[in-house]
Design a protein around this ligand. Sequence first.
Ligand SMILES: *[C@@H]1O[C@H](CO)[C@@H](O)[C@H](O)[C@H]1NC(C)=O
Ligand SMILES: *[C@@H]1O[C@H](CO)[C@@H](O)[C@H](O)[C@H]1NC(C)=O
Length: 822
Amino acid sequence: MKHRIVLIVALFFFCTVLGQLSYSIPEEMAPGSIVGNVAQDLGLDIKRLESGKARVFTGAGTACIELNREKGVLLIKDRIDRELLCRQVMPCALHFQILLENPMEFYRATVEIVDVNDNPPVFINNDVQFNISESALVGTSFTLDTATDLDVGVNSLKSYFIKPSDTFSLKMNGDEDNRNVEMVLNAPLDREKTDHLSLVLTAVDGGVPQMSGTMQIRVTVLDFNDNEPVFLQPVYKASIKENAPLGTLVVKVTATDADHGSNGQIMYSITNVANEIRDLFLINRGSGEVTLNGKIDYEVSKQYQINIRASDHGGLTGSCKLIVDVLDLNDNRPNIYIMTKSNVISEDAKPNTAVSMIKVEDVDSAENGRVHCFSENDDRFILRSNTANFYTLETDNELDRELASEYNITVTCSDEGVPSLSSSVTLTLHISDVNDNAPVFDRSSYEAYIVENNSPGLSIFTVKATDADWNQNARVSYILEDSSVNGVPVSSYVSVSADSGVIHAVRSFDYEQIKDFRFCVKAQDGGSPPLSSNVTVKILVQDQNDNAPQVLYPVQTGGSLVAEMVPRSADVGYLVTKVVAVDVDSGQNAWLSYKLQKAADRALFEVGLQNGEIRTIRQVTDKDAVKQRLTVIVEDNGQPSRSATVIVNVAVADSFPEVLSEFTDFTHDKEYNDNLTFYLVLALAVVSFLFITCVVVIISVKIYRWRQSRILYHSNLPVIPYYPPRYSDTLGTATLPHVYNYDTCRTTDSRKSDCKFGRAGSQNVLIMDPSSTGTMQRIQSEKSILDEPDSPLEVRISRYYYHCSAEFDCFGLSMVRFQYLG
Ligand SMILES: *[C@@H]1O[C@H](CO)[C@@H](O)[C@H](O)[C@H]1NC(C)=O
Ligand SMILES: *[C@@H]1O[C@H](CO)[C@@H](O)[C@H](O)[C@H]1NC(C)=O
């Protein structure tokens, strides 16, 4: 620049010489700035300039410069823009004339406008966009727009540079005026790393100070399918419960593809060859969710391996493996298999006899498949296990067919799963019989009655025994055990029907001969060996009124003359005699009553209905015959009743001769009567002796016991009433002492008489057999020790019979029996 100014000054001097002005000024000077001193340079006086009205003439052009006449200098009138004035033309000068008048003259003047660097390089587009594939090769060049700089010369555009320059560099071709700028790729692009580049191209000029212009270059890196899909995990693991419903999400696999767009769009698929897996599992092509598409069963497969492929649209693929573990659910019941079993077992089987063998299986695993079995019966059976899943059902106790002949044994097996599943099986076991029960009679002993005079073969009654065993072991037969009754085999009395137990009478029984008898019946079953049991049967023969009363006194001797003497002075109620009769029947059948038959008009006598005493009922008068003949009918109380008749001769006289005259046939029978009397007296003496002996013994025993009981029982406590309370005899007999009761019982002929009892409330008549004829007085006198001299041998006892019976038992008099009449 210094140089240039010097050059301009030199030129100015040259021009001055030629009469021509030449200046050089930079553009953009401020208005009023001095361009040059014209007066001095032209050698003109200021006055000349004023007088010549010196002025600048520019012709058509605009006058940017004016002349100040007073100072003789040229001044900048308007701002001068070289670029406007000259564009790119160099050099740029203003040509004008300075005109003077008086005289008219002119001078040429040239003002050169020197460029100032006042314009920066400018790009037309300050923002450009490139789309470059990431696959572009290194060295590929891209043409860029150039910039323009209005300035010229050194101030014009000088160079370009680009930033950052690691990916692209600049390459410039051509000369300065027609420059071609290219951007060259000098490193490979990777969209996956950088998909956008931002570059700045800067153009600088050569001015001082330097000015620059920039252009933004945006490079979009276009994708190229250079990446395959990659799964997040090479191996996925999942588990799923068996029996999970369709559509259950197993797992979601995810693959990524670094590529963009369709190159990065992934499709999932299952690539297993096996159809099974492709049927069971389904993968969502887009999302990678693997879902269940079939029924999954742990017992079929415990694990599945699924190969999954991910592919992008560019055809690149990646793969992973999915391992699905199936979780066991307790979905299988235990299966019970009966390996062997017996249907029947004997009731005498020992404990621990095996009945059945059982195997159990559960296809589930772990605790779902661990099975325990137990039997639901009582303590009679037990399930034992020696080996896992094998069980033996054994008896654990004694069996008894009679208690239970059949068992339904339920074996239940359950696994340990939660909830537990179980199954059960029922075994029916029959218990076979063993002959272990003897027949049992339905009563411990039997008593049966049969009325005497039965027809032989009559069935008396039936014994019955039952046997708890079964079938043949329970078939009972009845056998009559051998024994004898009164020295006769019992089989001649009764027979027992083996099948039915019916007891038949073999003969006709006579109560007067046998009142009861016992025998044994055996019941035996059909087992082997047979079992049996006994029962005692007592047959009681019942009385029938089959015997008429027998008159013992007075004795009826055919044609004999026995008479009772009645003194004529006898009082009313004088006891003439007593008719004594017995009836070998018992009970009512032996209950006798006495009546007079054919009583005379003015009867002198009457007979006691019950005691047979013949007494006078009025005073004897002279009209009464000496010889009286009374017919007494003795009747028993049976149905129908039987009777006997006795004729009693009575002599009504004061002296024996009187009688004799009446009973003339009395004497020649005297020898016979003496003999008879002797025997009767003898018999009466023996009986009386026995009677008195017994009475003494009984009294001693009684007194002894009475004392004992007084000691045992406290003073006033009432003794159990052995005997009826004292009572009055309706017939005027005195009250009977207790002892007498016994005596009468004892005195009774054990073969022919009984203690007899009437209905409740009534009294029973006990008749004693005096077995004598004319010695009544003596009996009575002997009986006087019993404080009852006048008492006839007739006793009433009450219905308190039981003790009487016991007393007799003490004496072993088993045949004495009491019986209710009625
Ligand atoms: C055993 O089961 C059978 C058949 O169900 C039945 O008839 C029988 O009565 C049962 N026995 C017992 C003792 O429960
Ligand atoms: C049955 O009675 C007989 C004799 O009478 C006896 O030997 C036998 O032991 C008795 N049997 C039973 C089971 O009582």
